[in-house]
Write a new protein. Structure first.
Lengths: 282, 247
């Protein structure tokens, strides 16, 4: 609906204050990068031509298109020299979707529409694509609308998550908010019974209140401050400790995380913190 | 008997072979195939007929392609058009060649033009079907991607749908060309020339060499043309050669 592949029957969608119904159709579509599950690369075109599809429509010069194609192949982790003249049929599904992402970004659209982009790709390649795309996204800063049926993918990829059911918006929240306070039963069951554990994934050690470093404490295993709480907890379990020393980028000891600190950080804010007295005593 | 046997006299139910005085023993005795006669008459009899045959076929397939391609594009855009055109093309295809030529002669006379009308009408069904199948075979995903890029329906057709249909279209052209080469021999019946002429002549006279030579040339032409079209197809669809297996 955003790029009007499906027409709007009711309501409206605006981009920078302008309704998509008023924008000229081709104009609108060329300004939105579109990536979808079936990929849809043009089998008869080289990778260069595929990536250059929209730039060609916009009248870019050949050399500029080639330059851009090289740059994008590099960005999505393919060989910018050798792969340029090959055809889509020569690549695996995961590689094809990387090319699909590159093609969608070719004319540098400010909005990307991704409709279950990694849905048909095997779990290992999907994981890699997700991580690569997250890294890519940090570099290119675009508005991405990412549709998925996989809540874990949504939690991993999204800054904000909108939960839709039967065409209605049920909840719009950050992943942390969503896991902490699902709007209703449906959302709660959708995010899963292990939402407490999932929350550990979306928060990092530097997001929680750490104990200040103390000189006379016994040394504990060290972890980076960008480590997820999930990983930190796992470290505690495997190493049989209940405290980790947290270090920053410059290897400075910035504080310590205790098992209790982690538990407190994800406990419901309104409910009384069950471990409070224990914490004080410790 | 050392006297040369006059063909007419020898025709006691047997073959009637024109003897222009210098006929070899092979020709006179009407052996299965007389290479020397064939080579001797290639430039005067077979060469020009072969060229005529090629021109006849090329025009028929060319004109047929223009008509069938246009019809297929219309049918691709407007579904209702498929059935009436298919029926017409199938009807034409179904008429026995001799009957069709006989019928057309009543309308346009004994000439090459009449022959071409007949030959073109035989190419339509194959070319139309293949082109339409090729266009419809473009995957939904490819079309969705093209739409999402803001390609107009005309741009989609020219840049995406037709190029992807090329292998199917080429397959149709190959069948049409080979069929037309074969059918064009019948067109000699209504004065179109080509390799059919020596064949009809040989049927009249019973001269085996002429019959076999013309027939073999028609077969050879069909094989060569088919091969050339395969090469052409590979040339224009480089993307089909290199693919991952099982993708």
């Amino acid at each position: 609906m955003v790029n009007r592949l499906i027409s709007i029957t009711e309501g409206d969608i605006t981009i920078d204050g302008r309704s998509v119904r008023q924008l000229e159709l081709t104009q609108l579509r060329r300004g939105i990068g579109y990536v979808f599950q079936q990929i849809g690369l043009f089998p008869h075109m080289t990778i260069e031509s595929n990536i250059g599809s929209v730039p060609r429509l916009l009248g870019w010069s050949k050399s500029r298109i080639r330059e851009r194609a090289r740059e994008l192949l590099e960005l999505v982790g393919l060989d910018p020299e050798g792969d340029l003249r090959r055809y889509p049929g020569e690549f695996s599904g995961g590689q094809q979707q990387r090319i699909g992402v590159a093609r969608a970004m070719a004319a540098d659209p400010s909005i990307m529409l991704m409709d279950e982009p990694f849905g048909a790709i095997d779990p290992i390649a999907r994981e890699r694509l997700q991580n690569d795309f997250l890294r890519l996204h940090r570099q290119v800063r675009k508005t991405v609308i990412f549709v998925t049926h996989d809540i874990d993918e949504a939690i991993k990829m999204g800054d904000k998550i909108a939960i839709m059911r039967d065409g209605r918006l049920i909840q719009l929240a950050t992943s942390d908010q969503l896991l902490a306070s699902p709007a209703d039963e449906f959302v709660a069951s959708f995010v899963g019974e292990d939402r407490g554990l999932k929350r550990l994934r979306v928060r990092m050690l530097r997001d929680i209140e750490l104990d200040p470093p103390s000189a006379n404490a016994t040394p504990a295993p060290q972890v980076r401050d960008t480590t997820s709480l999930h990983y930190a907890l796992s470290r505690m379990l495997t190493e049989g400790v209940n405290r980790l020393d947290v270090i920053d980028e410059e290897q400075r000891h910035v504080g310590s995380a205790r098992l209790q600190t982690i538990m407190d950080s994800i406990a419901p804010a309104s409910a009384p913190k069950p471990g409070e007295s224990h914490t004080a005593a410790a | 008997m050392s006297l040369p046997v006059h063909p007419i006299l020898a025709a006691g139910g047997g073959p009637v072979i024109p003897n222009f005085g210098g006929a070899s023993k092979c020709v006179v005795e009407n052996h299965q195939f007389c290479m020397s006669w064939f080579l001797h008459n290639f430039n005067t009899v077979f060469g020009p007929r072969l060229v005529q045959h090629i021109v006849l076929t090329a025009i028929a397939v060319g004109v047929g392609m223009v008509i069938a391609f246009t019809a297929a594009i219309i049918a691709y855009k407007e579904n209702w058009f498929e059935t009436p055109f298919s029926l017409l093309a199938a009807f034409l295809y179904g008429i026995p060649a001799i009957a069709l030529f006989e019928l057309l002669v009543q309308l346009t006379g004994i000439n090459v033009f009449t022959a071409e009308i007949g030959l073109v009408s035989y190419t339509l069904l194959i070319l139309f079907r293949n082109t339409l199948t090729g266009l419809r075979g473009v995957s939904d995903a490819t079309i969705e991607a093209a739409r999402a890029m803001g390609l107009s329906s005309r741009q989609r057709l020219i840049r995406v749908e037709i190029p992807i249909a090329v292998p199917a279209i080429m397959a149709g052209i190959r069948i049409a060309a080979v069929t037309t080469i074969s059918l064009a021999t019948v067109a000699a019946y209504i004065g179109a020339g080509g390799l059919g002429e020596p064949i009809f002549e040989a049927i009249q006279t019973g001269f085996k060499t002429e019959f076999i030579a013309a027939g073999a040339l028609a077969i050879a032409l069909a094989i060569v043309v088919d091969g050339l079209l395969v090469l052409l197809e590979r040339l224009v669809t480089p993307w089909r050669r290199r693919t991952l297996q099982g993708a």
